[in-house]
Design a binder for this molecule. Structure first.
Ligand code: ZN
Length: 58
């Protein structure tokens, strides 16, 4: 039967806006995600969670 896979956390590179799936740690329901260490497109190390992107606001 159809099982709905959990969508991994995705992260957006703050510099070039490339999207990367986070690396999963642990097992459900206690797993967590971390962003990649480095953007493979531009080499930046700053990422924002996709649900917080775009950060339009102050
Ligand atoms: Zn980038």
């Amino acid at each position: 039967m159809a099982h709905q896979p959990e969508r991994p956390q995705e992260y957006v590179c703050e510099q070039c806006h490339a999207v990367f799936a986070g690396t999963v740690h642990g097992d459900p329901p206690d797993h967590s995600y971390t962003p990649p260490e480095e953007c493979t497109a531009c080499g930046a190390t700053e990422f924002v969670e996709i649900q917080n992107y775009p950060s339009t606001g102050d």
